[in-house]
Design a protein. Structure first.
Length: 133
């Protein structure tokens, strides 16, 4: 039998970072990282801003373009006023409003029942249900 002697190739089956949106789907702009809550729509090269849209603006996905480690970019059109441009996947969300993190719940002190077993008067070590010998 013949076995390959070269280096073993490993292919990454990891899922890409960020959300994945289909062409034709309507999504919302996520401008929470921007100071004024607005996000720039850029030209094809991603270098020049052609318009800005506010956080929560509903947009329709027209096309997408993978950009490796830089992340996927989507060509979008504003449903309300027809503005078009390219936007990073990090600036899109599927829900109308941003999902806020759940409030922290303080840990419980006891994991079992809070009822202590009864003891007979004068003997704190013996339970009532235990018989004396």
């Amino acid at each position: 039998m013949h076995f390959a002697q070269g280096p073993v190739r490993r292919f990454s089956s990891a899922r890409p970072h960020g959300s994945i949106f289909a062409v034709g789907r309507r999504v919302y702009v996520a401008g929470s990282g921007a100071l004024d809550g607005r996000v720039a729509l850029t030209d094809d090269a991603g270098e020049n801003a052609v318009a800005t849209v506010a956080d929560g603006t509903e947009v329709e996905i027209l096309a997408w373009r993978p950009r490796g480690s830089a992340g996927t970019r989507y060509r979008v059109r504003s449903v309300r006023n027809g503005l078009e441009g390219w936007i990073a996947v990090a600036n899109l969300r599927g829900a109308r409003s941003a999902v806020s993190p759940a409030p922290a719940v303080p840990p419980r002190l006891a994991t079992g029942s809070s009822v202590r077993p009864r003891t007979e008067p004068g003997d704190s070590r013996r339970r009532v249900s235990q018989r004396s010998r």
